[in-house]
Design a protein around this ligand. Structure first.
Ligand SMILES: Cc1cc2nc3c(=O)[nH]c(=O)nc-3n(C[C@H](O)[C@H](O)[C@H](O)COP(=O)(O)O)c2cc1C
Ligand code: SF4
Ligand code: SF4
Length: 256
């Protein structure tokens, strides 16, 4: 079994890693330069782990699944999502990219993880402490133990597939197209005074969306809204689509 993950700020990487540790599976980021078609073809069961973005997988994960659709035909899937508050049918919606019956879902689960959108004070834990991060991840660790026990025992569970989750997911996902249009707009990325043109944001962007060559940060209208640059800029100078002031950054995920 292999687990393939996308993680903007480390939460999904953490969950994917914990799963692989317990299940003795191999764990790969979809950002790696690997022959994923060959890897997927060689396995019976493929895991995917990604953050919930408006009850859907982030665009980078959707594009990955579509690119490798042929290799995924007939595979058994384990789907994990990481979330802050409400995930609707984020795991189920992974299957929307395939024709009916294309692959079989063995297990799907959502994990509460710490907030990575820290530039809005009204979101829970926008100014999260290290202690709270440990508490939340410890709870996710306990859930993962149960999940791994279930999977080893052949128990099938599909979080997010019931009608209530689907309805909640539809409501949340209504916000997605507009947000993704904004992420592709000329003014999607804002650089504030204080930018030193250090290039860190460009180096860490999973989409190659940022460029510092001209002496100032420019973007290629290709943001997947992962919040990585926002949380990693040493000057707290960059925002994408949601331009609240960056007070505290979420760095815990990327330290692990
Ligand atoms: C653009 C964006 C949209 C998000 N939408 C949701 C959401 O609809 N529901 C939710 O519970 N969390 C939402 N989150 C929070 C993330 O899913 C959560 O913090 C996740 O664990 C981040 O994972 P990562 O560190 O692997 O990127 C959103 C985060 C971002 C950046
Ligand atoms: S990481 Fe921040 S300071 Fe460095 S180039 Fe990007 S926006 Fe500017
Ligand atoms: S520009 Fe920033 S938020 Fe957008 S994809 Fe790149 S790193 Fe993520």
């Amino acid at each position: 079994m292999i687990m393939l993950y996308f993680s903007g700020t480390g939460n999904s990487k953490y969950i994917a890693g914990q799963f692989c540790r317990h299940m003795d599976a191999e764990c790969y980021s979809i950002e790696e330069n690997l022959d994923f078609d060959a890897m997927i073809t060689g396995e019976e069961t493929i895991g995917f782990c990604y953050p919930v973005f408006f009850s859907r997988p982030p665009r980078i994960m959707r594009e990955f699944a579509i690119k490798h659709m042929e290799a995924l035909k007939g595979k058994k899937l384990i789907l994990f999502c990481t979330q802050l508050i409400l995930s609707g049918d984020a795991a189920r919606s992974f299957m929307d990219m395939f024709p009916p019956g294309h692959a079989e879902v063995l297990y799907a689960e959502h994990f509460f993880m710490p907030n990575n959108v820290t530039n809005y004070w009204f979101l829970p834990d926008a100014l999260i402490s290290d202690k709270k991060v440990l508490k939340i991840t410890a709870r996710a660790d306990r859930k993962m133990l149960t999940v791994c026990r279930d999977i080893k025992a052949g128990k099938v569970k599909k979080r997010g597939f019931n009608p209530i989750s689907r309805a909640l997911g539809l409501i949340q996902a209504a916000l997605l197209p507009g947000t993704e249009r904004k992420a592709a707009a000329p003014n999607a990325i804002r650089i504030k005074n204080g930018c030193t043109n250090c290039g860190i944001c460009a180096a860490v962007c999973p989409m190659g969306n940022l460029n510092s060559d001209s002496g100032k940060i420019e973007h290629r209208h290709n943001c997947t809204l992962c919040y990585r640059c926002i949380n990693k800029c040493p000057q707290k100078a960059i925002t994408a689509v949601f331009h609240g002031k960056v007070k505290k950054q979420y760095l815990f995920g990327s330290r692990r």
